[in-house]
Design a protein around this ligand. Structure first.
Ligand SMILES: [Zn+2]
Length: 319
């Protein structure tokens, strides 16, 4: 299967009968995000909604469909998936369905004014220099402005069904991440991607060991033995179980590199992020790099391969 991605924005493309993909633009990162239309009993189920920043011409998109959108399902609360939910709900009149834990975190991050300060304070404790933390506050406020999630959605949990699709919890990339499974198809959100690998970061007020969560989620997806998995970015995953194994191996190697970075004295998540991802990152990239370093450091601590020391002011890790 081709690994290059042709960008055809704004037009739903049929992937197989009853499954359409809508590609929407992103200003950074992978430059695109995928939404899906899944044929249900009385119309289409829309999965994910893109970012609120680049206005989606929903009227034009909906005109391409042979029926109404009757429900909107959110895989997880990251901006590129939930940020367009309010606009999509307004354009379709359809109710938004979101995981209970995911929505709680969505409100806590995007529905409050002080999240950028809270996350910056936490980064300071993990060794991020004050001037970099200040930039994180700035960029965090800009970001929050264009996330337009839908308030008070219908809440669901793992084990529930929507339009014949079984909902499974796949924590890791986000604590409350949900995927859909029906027959031999998985709609994976950002749990399983190719060619990129999903970011697995530790964040404040979140589950303590996201990498352990994620590795279990990969095992769950593999155990469903799907024929194909459609993700939020990149190309369809034609051999999902093999891709799960490859990503697990990638993290095993990164854990080894993280452990090796703890050779000398105590080191912060910020310092270790330089070993793993280099010195020349933008503030936004550094934010992901620190969170990713911390998820690996915490996994090492839980596995007895590293120790965490520190207090309310500073956290450091040793081998
Ligand atoms: Zn995403």
């Amino acid at each position: 299967m081709a690994q290059s991605i042709e960008h055809t924005f704004g037009t739903p493309v049929e992937l197989e009968p009853g499954i359409l993909r809508l590609m929407l633009p992103l200003p950074s990162g992978p430059r695109h995000v995928h939404c899906y239309f899944l044929r249900g009993e009385d119309g289409w189920l829309l999965v994910d909604t893109g970012l609120g920043l680049m206005e989606t011409p929903w009227e034009e998109v909906l005109a391409e469909l042979d029926g109404p959108v009757t429900r909107i399902f959110i895989t997880h609360m990251h901006p590129d998936h939930v940020g367009g939910a309010e606009a999509a709900a307004a354009a379709t009149g359809a109710p938004v369905v979101q995981g209970r834990l995911d929505y709680a975190q969505c409100e806590r991050v995007w529905g409050t004014d002080d999240w950028p300060e809270r996350i910056a304070e936490w980064f300071l404790r993990n060794g991020v220099p004050p001037e970099v933390a200040d930039e994180l506050i700035e960029s965090g406020h800009v970001f929050a402005d264009f996330v337009r999630f839908a308030w008070n959605p219908t809440l669901v949990e793992a084990g529930d069904e929507i339009d014949g699709w079984r909902i499974h919890a796949t924590p890791g990339h986000a604590d409350g991440h949900l995927i859909l499974h029906r027959d031999d198809v998985v709609i994976a959100g950002d749990t399983l991607l190719t060619p990129i690998t999903p970011a697995i970061g530790l964040y404040p007020e979140s589950r303590p060991d996201p990498l352990a969560d994620y590795l279990s989620s990969l095992e769950l997806v593999a155990s469903l033995a799907p024929r194909i998995s459609y993700g939020g970015h990149g190309v369809p995953v034609a051999e999902p179980a093999a891709r799960c194994a490859a990503i697990a191996e990638h993290h095993a190697e990164r854990l080894d590199r993280t452990e090796a970075a703890l050779g000398g004295g105590p080191r912060s998540g910020y310092e270790v992020s330089h070993d793993l991802f280099g010195d020349s990152l933008s503030p936004i990239q550094r934010r992901f790099a620190v969170a990713e370093a911390l998820s690996h450091l915490e996994r090492l601590v839980a596995a007895g391969r590293a120790a965490r020391s520190g207090d309310d002011r500073v956290v450091a890790y040793t081998r």
